[in-house]
Design a protein around this ligand. Structure first.
Ligand code: DGL
Length: 263
C-alpha cells in the first residue's frame, strides 16, 4: 500500500484524483489544496514555485508520502524541477494534452484552454512546437472558468453566460477548433457545460495518462503491494468558512475529512 499525495491549488485536482483512484483504489490518498494562494494561474512564477515546494515538502514529510501527483498544470509547467530537486520520491506532473490532441484533430485546429499562467509558459509553447508542428493551436487563458469550476464543486450553479462569453470566438466561424485541450485540471469538472456549448468538439484532458503513469511508477519504483482497507483525506491551507462548506462535496468524492495543514 502506498501513500499518494494529490496536490492542486483548489478543487481541479479532483479530476485527476478521480482517475487515479479509479485505476488504483487500494492505496491511501491525501488530497491537498493550497486555497490560501488560489488561484495559481495569477501568481508570479517565483511565488508559485516557493509556495508549492514548501507545502508539498511539508506534506511529504508529515504523512510519509511515497508518490506525489502535482494535479495542476499551472504548477507542473514551472515547479516540477524544484519539486524533484527537493524530494527523493517520484513526482508526477500534469501537462496540457497537446500530444494526443494533435493526433485527434481532423481540421488541424486545436484550442488550448488553460490558466493565464499556463498559456504564457515557455514549457507550453515548447510542447506545441514539439507535438503539434504545422497545426493551428489557439491559446486562451482564463481564471474565470477556474472559479466557475470551484463554484460548481461547491454546489453553486455554473454561470453559462460567462462560459459562453469566454468560449464565444471558438464556438463560431470557419476556423474554429474541433479539438479542445482542457489544459487546467479544473476544466474537466466543467465537461458537461463545455460540451453543451461546443457540441461535436472533442475534449481532451490528461487524467488517463496521469493514472497510467502513477500505476507504472507504483509497480516499478515504489513497489508496495496494495491493501483492502484504504483512507482518503483532504487538507487545505486555510480552513475558513468558505472552505468548510467543501467538507460535504469532498466526502461525496470519497474524501472523509478536511483539515488545515499546519506548517
Ligand atoms: N487547477 C490548476 C491547473 O491545472 C490551477 C488553477 C488555478 O489555481 O489557477 O492549472
Amino acid at each position: 500500500m502506498a501513500n499518494i499525495l494529490v496536490f492542486d491549488s483548489g478543487m481541479g485536482g479532483l479530476s485527476i484524483y478521480r482517475e487515479i483512484r479509479r485505476a488504483l483504489p487500494a492505496h491511501d490518498y491525501f488530497y491537498c489544496f493550497d486555497n490560501a494562494n488560489f488561484p495559481y494561474g495569477e501568481l508570479s512564477e517565483a511565488a508559485l514555485i516557493t509556495a508549492c515546494t514548501r507545502l508539498v515538502s511539508h506534506m511529504v514529510a508529515e504523512h510519509a508520502i511515497d508518490l506525489v501527483v502535482i494535479a495542476c498544470s499551472t504548477a507542473s509547467t514551472i515547479a516540477l524541477p524544484s519539486l524533484r530537486a527537493a524530494l527523493t520520491i517520484p513526482v508526477v506532473g500534469v501537462v496540457p494534452a497537446i500530444k494526443p490532441a494533435a493526433t485527434l484533430t481532423r481540421n488541424g485546429c486545436i484550442g488550448l484552454l488553460a490558466t493565464p499562467g499556463t498559456v504564457s509558459r515557455e514549457y507550453t509553447h515548447h510542447l506545441i512546437t514539439q507535438f503539434a508542428p504545422g497545426q493551428r493551436v489557439l491559446l486562451k487563458g482564463t481564471t474565470e472558468l477556474v472559479i466557475e469550476a470551484e463554484h460548481k464543486l461547491a454546489g453553486r450553479p455554473v454561470n453559462m453566460a460567462l462560459l459562453q462569453e469566454v468560449l464565444m470566438d471558438w464556438m463560431e466561424g470557419e476556423a474554429r477548433p474541433d479539438t479542445l485541450v482542457l489544459g487546467c485540471t479544473h476544466f474537466p469538472l466543467l465537461n458537461d457545460e463545455i460540451r453543451q456549448l461546443m457540441p461535436g468538439c472533442q475534449l481532451v484532458d490528461s487524467g488517463d495518462a496521469v493514472a497510467r503513469r502513477v500505476a507504472h511508477l507504483l509497480a516499478t519504483v515504489v513497489g508496495r503491494p496494495s491493501q483492502a482497507v484504504v483512507q482518503a483525506r483532504a487538507y487545505c491551507t486555510r480552513l475558513d468558512a468558505e472552505a468548510q462548506k467543501l467538507t460535504a462535496p469532498l466526502q461525496a468524492w470519497g474524501l472523509s475529512s478536511l483539515e488545515e495543514v499546519r506548517y
